[in-house]
Design a binder for this molecule. Sequence first.
Ligand SMILES: N[C@@H](CCC(=O)N[C@@H](CS)C(=O)NCC(=O)O)C(=O)O
Length: 211
Amino acid sequence: MTVQISAFSWVPKGARGLVKDLRVRWALEESGIAYEEHLTLPRGECPDEYRQWQPFGQVPAYRDDRVEMFESGAIVLHIARDNPVLSPPDRNGQARMESWVFAALSTIEPRLQGIFLIDDALAATPEGAAFKTRMSELLANRLGVLSNCLGANEYLLGQIHRCGHHDGNRAARCAGTRPAGALAGTDGLCGTMRSPSGICTGAGRADGQLR
Ligand SMILES: N[C@@H](CCC(=O)N[C@@H](CS)C(=O)NCC(=O)O)C(=O)O
């Protein structure tokens, strides 16, 4: 069967290009794996049968002829498994790649979410502004470490092993548009941000989602 991924049939303007099916599209595009979209509706509007596939009613969900699964990180690791474009051939390299995927999801992303979720009304209060500033500092620290690890290299691991780099790019992109100053001192990430091909190498349809 052709690989299927779920996506929302409609996304508000501010969220376009940030929806997490992008991670899966990116891995598939880089691997040259054809896929089709299963479109669904967000939150309470999603049909019950979709929850059999994604219990929280979120996107993305994924299926191929061997597995049916959800959670973007798990899906990306599944795609990367046995795939020399995304995963190093040796066990240690694979372990490093997996480490970066988890770092993206559990070390970097929560810092970003703290800023992303605070709404404008709360951010306008002194407490909200202080919280946002603190979260921006914490995010800048994480992005600084990521930038140091990236150095002058295009990828965190080797030349073509791109898993784990994705969320660094995403975090950098979001940080660039939302928490002012979070990218200070992260030259490597800024360079990647400036280069469209660096953000979305070979990902035609994923690039489409960015618009
Ligand atoms: N941890 C999940 C998070 C998925 C997620 O937050 N998806 C968002 C879109 S970016 C969503 O479906 N939001 C609607 C909702 O939570 O009801 C993953 O990485 O797959």
